[in-house]
Design a protein. Structure first.
Lengths: 236, 112
């Protein structure tokens, strides 16, 4: 029964890394369910949308599509724009997701911001199977989000405590992961390029349009830095 | 609600399709049974740090420096996370500390 214990080990190793996301997602999921409830949708909408779309911010936008006149092409194009950052996640995970078997399909399906940031930075213990570890990180996150949205959708009208600001748990998580990555790497060019150009893009283009220009700028600068960066690596 | 059930299903399906296209496209273009171009391998190595930076800025996309609380609680919150993490380097402490400070700021200090 080697495979069974292998899965169990990976599951136990993955869970602690997902605890901050448990807090954040259950809360945000509940907030999403309540939001849908307040727009007049029955609980089945947040439940189905959270499990199928599984891209937090996009689901809030999708709620607005449902209230606007029917325009499927518009919905598709806007989704591609908001979620374009996933392309960079995919390129970063090409190598990590190699050789994990059939799980790969689900790993790609569930490649949200949080699963990406954990799986691309964590040092998976040597005795733990890489594929199953990443699988459980993704699965836990998926469940937290879906269960949160389900609770919010069903009990939306009953929640009365003041949770304002709790969503900052996700920002804090990303800051910590960014710092961990910073302490691990020798050169900080790429981190600074990402942080700096995204800020510039946000100032120029504003909150709802900055992602794609930021990605293009990052791509351009990193392309120009390829020669010098690889030279440093050879010299080191 | 102006849409029929069928139209709603199609709209949600479009969002699912759009999201999945952005997630699957890199893996379809660069399948694992073929060697990945050197340039893309390079990007795969340097992009994670850059995209984590993008993700932090993404969290601030709705913060306005010119109105409301002018992003002050957000900056204090991030500073608390960073300082706690530099000091103790305990993930849970940094995240919990920053979030609690931020919640107190937006609920108690800025509510009046």
């Amino acid at each position: 029964m080697k495979t069974k214990s292998e899965k169990w080990e990976a599951c136990r190793a993955a869970f602690p890394y997902t605890v901050p996301i448990l807090t954040g997602f259950v809360f945000l999921g509940i907030a999403y369910g309540i939001y849908m409830h307040s727009l007049g949708f029955s609980a089945i909408y947040p439940i189905l949308m959270s499990f199928t779309i599984f891209a937090g911010s996009m689901e809030f936008v999708a709620a607005n599509f449902l209230l606007a006149p029917f325009h499927p092409v518009n919905a598709l194009v806007l989704t591609l724009m908001v979620n374009a950052r996933h392309l960079f996640y995919g390129i970063s995970m090409l190598d990590m997701y190699k050789g994990v078997g059939k799980k790969k399909f689900y790993l790609i399906y569930g490649l949200c911001d949080e699963s990406f940031s954990i799986n691309c930075t964590v040092d998976i213990p040597k005795n733990v199977d890489k594929g199953w570890f990443m699988f459980f990180v993704t699965l836990f996150n998926h469940l937290y989000w879906g269960i949160g949205a389900t609770i919010g959708g069903i009990f939306g009208s009953l929640v009365q405590f003041n949770t304002e600001g709790l969503e900052f748990v996700m920002t804090s998580l990303f800051v910590v992961i960014f710092m961990e990555q910073w302490m691990k790497e020798k050169k900080h060019h790429s981190a600074l390029v990402g942080l700096g150009l995204s800020t510039v893009s946000l100032i120029i283009f504003g909150g709802s349009h900055f992602i794609i220009p930021a990605m293009l700028m990052i791509l351009t600068v990193l392309t120009f830095l390829r020669k010098p960066l690889e030279k440093v690596e050879v010299a080191a | 609600m102006t849409m029929s059930i069928a139209q709603q299903v199609i709209t949600i399906a479009m969002v699912v399709l759009g999201t999945m296209l952005t997630r699957f496209l890199p893996f379809i273009i660069f399948p694992s049974n073929k060697p990945t171009p050197k340039y893309v391998q390079y990007l795969g190595k340097v992009l994670p740090s850059a995209v984590l930076g993008l993700l932090i800025i993404y969290c601030f996309k709705d913060v306005s420096l010119l109105s409301g609380s002018r992003g002050v609680p957000e900056f204090i919150g991030v500073a608390v996370v960073a300082l706690l993490h530099l000091w103790k380097r305990k993930m849970f402490l940094s995240i919990a500390g920053g979030t609690i400070v931020y919640m107190m700021l937006v609920q108690l200090v800025l509510s009046s």
